[in-house]
Design a protein. Structure first.
Length: 278
C-alpha cells in the first residue's frame, strides 16, 4: 500500500531542495522528499554518496532506499537523535567556539576517509562550466578556468562540500553529518574552501532582519576563524592550499544553486580571479 503525502503530517525540517518528514512505517526513520520536478539523477547521486559515507564510517544515518510519494522522489534515512551545532550555539552562545572546533574535528575525520566511488571534484567543476549560470564567462575566461582547475592537486578523500554547523548534529555519543547531496572526492583543501565560502559568503535566508544579519555575520566570523584555526592545527593545511580552491568552489556554488542575491558579487569575483590568471 503506497504512502500518501497527507499521512506524513507537517515537515520536521525544510531546506532549499527538500522537506524532511517522519516516516510513518518506522519509528526511527525519516523521508527526505524532493520537489516534483527534482532530477532523478541527483537523488541517485545523493543516495550513492550517503551509502558510501556510511560504508566508510563517516555517516551514521544510513539510507534505506528510495520511495515515490505522489510523484515526488524521496530517500528513507535514519533519524538523527540530537541537535545541530547551530541549534546548540543558538541555545547557548557560550558554545560557539567549542562547536566551531567540533566542526573542524569532524571535518578532519571525514577527510581521513578515502573513496573511488564518488565523482572527482576537479572534473565536476570543469563540467559545471557548461551550465547556464556560468554562460556569462567568455571563451578565454573558460579556458583559463579549465587550466587553473586541472593544475590543482588530485585526491581521493571524501568531500562533503556543504559542511557547516547546520549539517553537523550531535548523535548518540558523538556527531554525524547530514545532507550528502553535494559529496565528491578529491583534495581536502577543496572541501575546506567550500566551508569558508559557505560561512563567509553564502546568503542568509531571504527576509532576515537587518539587525539579525549584523549579529549573524559577527557570529560567522568567530565560527570561521575558530574552525580554520583548529582544522589547520589538526592537519597542517595552509591558507595557500585553501585559497587555491576558490575558483572551482565559486563555479560549483553558482552552477548548483544560482541564488539571485549571490549571483552578481560571485560573478564579479570569479571574473576578477580569472583575469588575474591571464
Amino acid at each position: 500500500m503506497s504512502t500518501q503525502l497527507s499521512e506524513l503530517g507537517d515537515p520536521i525540517a525544510t531546506g532549499r531542495c527538500a522537506e524532511v518528514y517522519a516516516w510513518p512505517d518506522e519509528g526511527d526513520q525519516v523521508v527526505k522528499l524532493f520537489p516534483p520536478d527534482y532530477p532523478i539523477e541527483l537523488v541517485a547521486a545523493e543516495q550513492l554518496a550517503c551509502e558510501e559515507a556510511t560504508r566508510l564510517g563517516v555517516n551514521h544515518l544510513a539510507c534505506h532506499g528510495r520511495v515515490t510519494i505522489e510523484g515526488r522522489l524521496g530517500l528513507i534515512l535514519d533519524r538523527v537523535h540530537g541537535e545541530s551545532l547551530t541549534t546548540t550555539a543558538e541555545r547557548n552562545p557560550l558554545t560557539i567556539r567549542s562547536g566551531s572546533r567540533t566542526l573542524a574535528v569532524e571535518h578532519a575525520k571525514l577527510h581521513a576517509a578515502h573513496t573511488d566511488r564518488l565523482p572527482e571534484v576537479r572534473q565536476s567543476a570543469i563540467a559545471a562550466l557548461d551550465t547556464a549560470p556560468l554562460a556569462f564567462l567568455t571563451p578565454a575566461q573558460r579556458e583559463t578556468a579549465v587550466a587553473l582547475i586541472k593544475a590543482l592537486p588530485a585526491g581521493d578523500s571524501v568531500l562533503h562540500l556543504d559542511f557547516h554547523t547546520e549539517n553537523v548534529f550531535a548523535h548518540d555519543d558523538g556527531h554525524t553529518v547530514i545532507d550528502w547531496a553535494t559529496a565528491l572526492r578529491g583534495d581536502p583543501a577543496a572541501d575546506v574552501a567550500a566551508t569558508v565560502l559557505l560561512i563567509r559568503d553564502a546568503e542568509l535566508w531571504p527576509g532576515t532582519p537587518w539587525l539579525k544579519r549584523v549579529a549573524v555575520q559577527l557570529i560567522r566570523s568567530i565560527v570561521l576563524s575558530t574552525y580554520l584555526g583548529e582544522y589547520q592545527r589538526l592537519t597542517g593545511m595552509t591558507s595557500t592550499q585553501i585559497d587555491a580552491w576558490r575558483v572551482p568552489n565559486l563555479i560549483l556554488r553558482m552552477s548548483t544553486l544560482d541564488i539571485a542575491s549571490e549571483r552578481g558579487r560571485m560573478s564579479r569575483e570569479l571574473v576578477e580571479l580569472l583575469e588575474d590568471q591571464s
